[in-house]
Ligand binder design. Structure first.
Ligand code: ZN
Length: 193
């Protein structure tokens, strides 16, 4: 089996602290690759945005075989996303699922603006910004409305994943679904309830 959700959450927090401090471990070594040949036991699933400024493994200072990553623009969930997450939980024993939003997310911004081209509809149409108001925004964000929309979309995505996984026996130690948002300049991940 895999690792507990509590352990995995601590490793993500510690890894992000190393990344933000500019003190990552020596990753992607020959030894790490060789150890991965026998199989994978990822200790966390990260459902993140495709944005090139949000490199998931780097942000958490994780190496080969450690994170099971599902990325779409705006971390919008597709049928394949759900199946991918469930594969990690059911077949690989992963017990922690993190939805990782980020500052200045173009997909969420497009949903807020409401003027995206039709071909982007599978992304923007899946992001609910109807409940987002400026008063709900974090006070320190550069664009409070967008930051509030990102946080709301992270929480919505986490709720959808919890519902998708609710038939899995929680007494067996998970899975835990939680949300977070990434700050581009500082490299810090802020954890959401
Ligand atoms: Zn994004």
């Amino acid at each position: 089996m895999g690792y507990s959700a509590r352990e995995a959450l601590r490793w993500l927090r510690d890894g992000n602290a190393r990344f933000a401090a500019g003190e990552p471990r020596d990753r992607y070594t020959a030894a790490e690759r060789a150890a991965s040949v026998a199989g994978q036991r990822p200790w966390a699933v990260v459902v993140g945005c495709s944005d090139s400024r949000v490199p998931v493994e780097a942000i958490f200072d994780a190496g080969v075989g450690e994170l099971f990553v599902v990325r779409t623009a705006g971390h919008v969930l597709t049928e394949a996303s759900y199946a991918s997450v469930r594969f990690a939980v059911e077949k690989l024993g992963t017990r922690l699922i993190v939805v990782l939003g980020h500052e200045d997310c173009g997909a969420v911004s497009a949903a807020l603006a409401g003027n995206a081209p039709a071909w982007l509809e599978p992304i923007t149409g899946a992001i609910d910004v109807t409940g987002v108001t400026p008063s709900a925004a974090p006070p320190d964000a550069d664009d409070p409305l967008l930051a509030a929309a990102v946080d709301a979309h992270v929480r919505d995505t986490a709720r959808a994943l919890r519902a998708w996984l609710e038939d899995i026996d929680l007494a067996a130690g998970g899975p835990l679904v939680t949300g977070a948002a990434y700050k581009l300049a500082s490299g810090e991940v802020h954890w959401l309830d």
